[in-house]
Ligand binder design. Structure first.
Ligand SMILES: [Ca+2]
Ligand SMILES: [Ca+2]
Length: 268
């Protein structure tokens, strides 16, 4: 005679208006999902309680479900075989749920395998932004889940060379002095043992109502240093993107003329 256990989670809903004559009290059954011999552990990185396996009266299960406030969500993830009486614990240092052992009465097998449930969730990221030319721009990503993570920032869906810009392999991408070529869409691929998740693309635009085109050294002050710095760039490193002041793809006398005009006529 099999012995069945039923798991039921109840919540007391209680409304208490000012008048005791108008009062509603009732029990609400949250989830009628019978289960015994399962294991559960709290994943603090994702703020969910993970349940795996167990017996529901009809079969031994290999399903994964997660409990958050008020409901269970079934997770369609491959993992351990069907079992009961296994153990689970959460490793808060690496943010993984560890499962070990258990028993499958259908095949009379005691398990000796160890599993880790890994996760990666992007919880915050920089939105689209506009940056004044030659100023720095940063994009930041925040991910929670199983350590360690790796990061790969992309520009227009193409991986940024991390040898040229090591910040492209970190949580914060920094572009030190943006120019027309930097105006693009940026996202980040976050990877760990659970796989990859990609952030939403965020646009970087150049300019804005408070930008000062003639502030060549981008210190938010227009003074003779800017004129000197532009002339130095123009004559010594004409290949530098900054020397192409009018951003037409060529550094020529028009850039010098345009810069000087901007410097002496700029209201900033
Ligand atoms: Ca300046
Ligand atoms: Ca030019």
């Amino acid at each position: 005679m099999p012995v069945l256990f039923a798991l039921a989670v109840f919540s007391l809903c209680f409304l208490a208006p000012a008048s005791l004559h108008a009062q509603l009290v009732k029990w609400v059954q949250r989830n009628p999902d019978p289960r015994s011999g399962h294991a559960m552990a709290y994943d603090s990185a994702r703020a969910v309680t993970v349940r795996f396996g167990g017996v529901d009266g009809a079969s031994i299960n290999a399903d994964t479900a997660e409990w958050t406030v008020g409901s269970w969500t079934q997770r369609d993830v491959a993992g351990p075989s069907a079992r009961q009486s296994h153990a689970m614990a959460y490793d808060a240092t690496r943010n993984v749920t560890v499962l070990f052992g258990g028993f499958n009465a259908n095949v009379n097998t005691f398990n000796a395998d160890t599993w880790e449930l890994c996760s990666a969730t992007i919880t915050a990221q920089t939105a689209a932004q506009a940056v004044c030319p030659r100023h720095p721009a940063t994009f930041t990503i925040t991910a929670v889940g199983s350590n360690p993570f790796t990061y790969q920032w992309r520009k227009n869906a193409v991986a940024i060379d991390t040898a040229a810009n090591p910040t492209a392999a970190t949580t914060t991408l920094t572009l030190t002095r943006v120019g027309p070529a930097d105006a693009a869409s940026y996202d980040c691929i976050v990877s760990n043992r659970s796989g990859n998740v990609t952030s939403n693309p965020a646009e970087l635009a150049l300019g804005g109502p408070n930008c000062c085109a003639a502030d060549f050294n981008a210190d938010d002050t227009l003074d003779p240093d800017d004129l000197a710095d532009f002339i130095t760039s123009y004559f010594t490193i004409p290949s530098a993107p900054d020397s192409d002041f009018n951003a037409d793809g060529t550094t020529d006398p028009n850039d010098l003329a345009d810069y000087i005009a901007a410097f002496f006529s700029s209201p900033c």
